[in-house]
Design a binder for this molecule. Sequence first.
Ligand SMILES: Cc1cc2nc3c(=O)[nH]c(=O)nc-3n(C[C@H](O)[C@H](O)[C@H](O)COP(=O)(O)OP(=O)(O)OC[C@H]3O[C@@H](n4cnc5c(N)ncnc54)[C@H](O)[C@@H]3O)c2cc1C
Length: 504
Amino acid sequence: MRPISRAVLRPYVCQTCRHGIGAGRRRFASQADSPDLYDVVCVGGGPAGLGLMAALRASPITSKLRVALIETQDLTKAQAWNLEPTQYSNRVSSLTPSSVAFLRQIGAYDHLDVDRVQDYQDMQVWDGQTGSRISFDWSMETSPFEDPRAVATMTENANLVRALLRRIAQSGDENLSLFSNSTVASIETGSDLKPEGPDLSAWPILSIKPTGPGESTPKRIAARLLVGADGINSPVRSFADISTHGWDYGRHGIVATLALGDLDIPPFPASKRTAYQRFLPALGGPIALLPLPNNNATLVWSTTPENAAYLKSLSTPSFLAMVNAAFRLDMTDLSYMMGMSSSSDISHQDELTWRTKHTVLPSQIPPPATAVQEGTVASFPLRFRHAAQYVSPRVALVGDAAHVIHPLAGQGLNLGLADVASLSKTIQYAVSHGMDVGDLLTLERYSSERYLPNAKIGGACDLLHKMYTVPGEGPVAWARSLGLGVVDRLPFVKSFLMKNAEGY
Ligand SMILES: Cc1cc2nc3c(=O)[nH]c(=O)nc-3n(C[C@H](O)[C@H](O)[C@H](O)COP(=O)(O)OP(=O)(O)OC[C@H]3O[C@@H](n4cnc5c(N)ncnc54)[C@H](O)[C@@H]3O)c2cc1C
């Protein structure tokens, strides 16, 4: 953590003495070098950073604050994002009902293209090794006369980012600066003491460098509160000297957009959609198929880097056969197919057809994947990181800058939005009570609200990953099957888990 500078104590020194100190100091910086002053500067225009800006602009209490956002990527491209109605991006997230409620509250949900989002009401999760299963059916929680309750809402990250940008644009440009195509070149603690203005000697001063051609010259800006929404390698976190702990899982998440065939038995009610996740201990992690509109689905398959490289090297029919096999075959068959040579005379599809005939299929399996949308197969390394703290004087971290978790429960972005909801409330509280938004005492409120819930969910995902990567029939597998089987039979425990999955 940065040492608390003398300037933090300055509000407790009387005005006259303060000015006395200032007048006695020689000034080396000309007025032209003075940084532009902002109340809140957010580095990072991903879902977390844009969510914070949209929330601050939406509240009448904070809408008059002078705010800036700095993003390396081109935000005009993100705002103009447009795909054919039949095409879906491969970066998709499941939003919990509490994230959806927050987006509605700040007026961003209305800007989502709802034809591209998909609710699901049922979740089938099972262990490919032991066969033990747990099912979460939210449609059972509602009466037949209501729309079934959604466990989560699938949305492309790009659809969400565009909605947040539109919401921010709707709030007008007064007191708002969006520095797109710009990167933070350096951050330092201010040293200039202005007798007539705020003391900047404890303020973070950012130097901004354009990353695209035609952008304006470098700028220096000073932040009363600097928010790091700048992802896993957060420069803001480094500036604040906040350490992280964590590890790399040695796993990659394969993503792809798939078209599905029809279910053998049509769902009831007809509008009910299901998410499927099967843990594959022998292959290093779970495979999940989450619904998108028009019988499409997004794939997230966590597996070893070797398996990921193998899967990405396959032809489309072989890749589809492997996805279908992963939801149907037992571990031995699957491990065999994962090593098949692509030059072999027998195709992955033939192998799957033959092995399926000799397999007792799990009771609830997803419809077969029938096509892969071109260019959507990609992979990302999976990591766990947690910042030692979320705040330091004049600095707060949100989203992946504060925590990165395993995606097996689809919670990373939801935790980021919950951070943003909490931080924007904290800033509102400070403004309405005449407090300094960057003061450590102000920020403690945010940190105490978010640190433990994030640690709890990140830790639970980590534990699940570890439990489900132990192959074989040993005690861990036995405990696993006991765990899922027992939970499935205990309505009150299940209901508790369902509430957690909803983000409440
Ligand atoms: C395979 C996979 C599946 C996932 N599925 C889900 C899911 O279903 N549900 C869910 O909730 N989460 C999911 N997640 C997690 C989710 O994608 C992330 O938690 C979320 O995108 C993080 O958002 P963020 O805004 O915090 O960070 P980011 O999206 O990383 O944004 C950070 C931004 O900061 C900018 N930036 C960085 N450095 C600078 C700089 N120096 N100057 C200016 N700008 C800078 C970057 O350009 C970037 O735009 C998944 C993750 C993976 C890998």
